[in-house]
Design a protein around this ligand. Structure first.
Ligand code: NDP
Length: 284
């Protein structure tokens, strides 16, 4: 039976280190959150960010914008925060209204204040192996893998999903460790090859958003399974992997909820502190 990779427990340990780093900064780092309109899921997420930030000594400043804010106004507000020396990091809560160009908004955040690590410059640095700020979910996955103690060098790793903020950066970070990485996507599934790839994975990372996509019997005996997916089925949250059967075969597995999720917020705070340290140095 697999050991559970409980994100919350691991997050608490990492938070202790972040708290010490905040103390060593000599000033209170500020994270600015921007929320547009009313969205209960975003508000819940903001609350959890705010609580964790407070516990770490980070000042979380929430800016509530009206739902019909014009794109230019939102971008102008972000640019104001970029120029504000007292703000160290910025996060824009998704989703934005469909009329707003999400990519344009993300690009308007200064890469040095991009707490989520999703600005193209930061994602590009991940590709080059020179990242200072890494997309939060990708670094949460790497933390969980680190926690298992398994060496990634030469391991057969399969990443399912190739989104810009999860699948692709995770694959790049795994490649940096000299794992042998296969990336699967809709093309793999439609070619009927997904099962074959998953069956040979010693480490499997799934970030798709389709419940039951990965069958438990496909999991290689002793594999490490990181399930990033979040799906709401009948009021219950589940991942992309058939957890019950998979845990009988895996050596380690993340539960959903309680696996990757709690660590993602912690990685956001780590990025913020890293940004604050960098900006502190620049200001001399
Ligand atoms: P996206 O929708 O951006 O990406 C999903 C990816 O899955 C795409 O690359 C898509 O490939 C691929 N895909 C779709 N269908 C299949 C299939 N049948 N077989 C193989 N691949 C497929 O989602 P995200 O990457 O942003 O998020 C993925 C999941 O992770 C979601 O459930 C999300 O809620 C969750 N998530 C969880 C976080 C956490 O902290 N726990 C944080 C971020 C996300 P293609 O483009 O080729 O169709």
């Amino acid at each position: 039976m697999a050991k559970l990779l409980e994100g919350k427990t691991i997050a608490l340990k990492i938070q202790e280190g972040i708290r010490q780093e905040v103390r060593s900064l000599g000033f209170t780092p500020v994270l600015a959150g921007i929320i547009t309109g009313e969205n209960s899921a975003s508000e819940t997420y903001v609350e959890s960010q705010r609580k964790i930030a407070k516990g770490l000594g980070i000042d979380y400043q929430l800016h509530k914008m009206k739902a019909d804010i014009p794109e230019e106004e939102l971008v102008a507000f972000i640019e104001k925060l970029n120029a504000d020396k007292l703000v160290n990091g910025i996060i824009v809560l998704m989703p934005l209204a469909p009329r707003i160009d999400r990519k344009k908004v993300i690009r308007s955040i200064s890469p040095d204040k991009d707490a989520e690590g999703i600005h193209p410059a930061n994602i590009g640095r991940v590709l080059l192996g020179k990242a200072r700020i890494v997309p939060c979910t990708a670094s949460a996955v790497m933390e969980l893998l680190g926690y298992t103690g398994i060496g990634l060098y030469g391991k057969e790793v399969v990443v399912v999903g190739w989104s810009e903020i999860v699948g692709k950066p995770v694959a790049c970070l795994l490649l940096e460790k000299l794992a042998t990485v296969s990336i699967c996507h809709i093309g793999t599934s439609e070619a009927g090859d997904l099962e074959e790839y998953v069956r040979r994975a010693e480490v499997l990372v799934v970030a798709v958003g389709k419940a039951g996509l990965i069958k438990g019997e496909w999991i290689k005996q002793g594999a490490v399974v990181i399930d990033v997916g979040i799906n709401r089925i009948g009021g219950k949250l589940v991942g992309d992997v058939d957890f019950e059967k998979a845990q009988e075969r895996a050596s380690y597995i993340t539960p959903v909820p309680g696996g990757v999720g709690p660590l993602t917020v912690t990685m956001l705070m780590r990025n913020l502190v890293e940004s604050a340290r960098f900006q502190g140095k620049l200001q001399g």
